[in-house]
Write a protein of this length. Structure first.
Length: 276
């Protein structure tokens, strides 16, 4: 049972804390920069297995400190990077097992098709684990939480958005496909994964002095059911509040109404961003 809990809750950390808010369809031009440092907390006390059964008996806490950046390199073309450090704890009836290490880095290139009169973009992304999922070893290894699945993934996204005329509202939606490889860093855990369909979206309103209040949603749905591949859906509010000189405070809360091979918990995030 500890092996199942370790894999499922560890997968939840990777899903919740290693997936930064992307640029959406707004691609940065050459010389434009956006950088955010953030802290996120994910908390869960149960997970849902592949059959839909809720398994209880462990408290899970995951913290992630991260840097996320977008850098424009040409007109309608930018690069993205995300680097997290995660600290995760499983608590079995008061006995705690903790893992602390770098997590899943994500690298991406995004391009907007020139000549179209609405925000749109194509984005190619790769996940690169900065750890070996087989560690720590030893007799109690299965009790320690995983930081992630420990293998390379590739994603392809298409994104489109619009401002709603005569209102302060905007919206965007993204659809994608995720290929889950069996290229592990280090020894790995000798597991196979199935691919997934991706979806994300946001609707928001620009309020007083550039403050933006938004509702966010995202989902990863595996193309088949197995014992290893996680799926989940999250929804929640977000806030963007400028504080001057290109700086802004960003905050959010995300709930997990559906999960498969993953936890159903809550994430809280707070960050400071700079853009120019």
């Amino acid at each position: 049972m500890h092996r199942l809990i370790r894999a499922s809750l560890g997968g939840a950390l990777a899903a919740a804390l290693s997936a930064p808010a992307a640029a959406g369809p707004w691609t940065r031009d050459a010389g434009q920069v956006y950088v955010k440092v953030s802290e996120s907390l994910y908390r869960a006390d149960a997970f849902q297995d592949a059959s839909g059964r809720v398994v209880e008996g462990v408290a899970y806490t995951g913290w992630s400190s991260a840097v996320y950046a977008e850098v424009g390199v040409a007109k309608g073309l930018h690069l993205q990077a995300f680097l997290p450090h995660s600290v995760a704890t499983n608590d079995f009836d008061g006995v705690r097992f903790r893992s602390a290490r770098l997590g899943d880095a994500r690298l991406a290139v995004q391009w907007s098709i020139p000549g179209l009169d609405f925000p749109q973009a194509l984005r190619a992304e790769v996940k690169v684990p900065l750890y070996d999922a087989a560690e720590p070893g030893g007799a109690q290894a299965e009790s320690f939480p995983l930081i992630g699945d420990g293998q390379v993934d590739a994603r392809l996204w298409i994104s489109a958005g619009a401002s709603i005329p005569h209102t302060p509202l905007y919206a965007f939606a993204e659809l994608g496909y995720e290929h889950r490889s069996e290229w592990f860093v280090g020894d790995g855990l000798d597991r196979a994964f199935v691919d997934g369909v991706l979806a994300a979206g946001q609707i928001g309103a620009t309020l007083w002095r550039g403050i933006v209040l938004a509702a966010n949603a995202q989902a990863v749905v595996p193309v088949a059911t197995d014992a290893s591949t996680k799926g989940y859906a999250t929804v929640g509010p977000g806030l963007f509040a400028p504080v001057g000189a290109g700086l802004a405070v960003e905050a959010g809360v995300d709930f997990t109404p559906w999960a498969r091979n993953s936890a159903r918990g809550t994430q809280f995030s707070l960050g400071l961003s700079f853009s120019q």
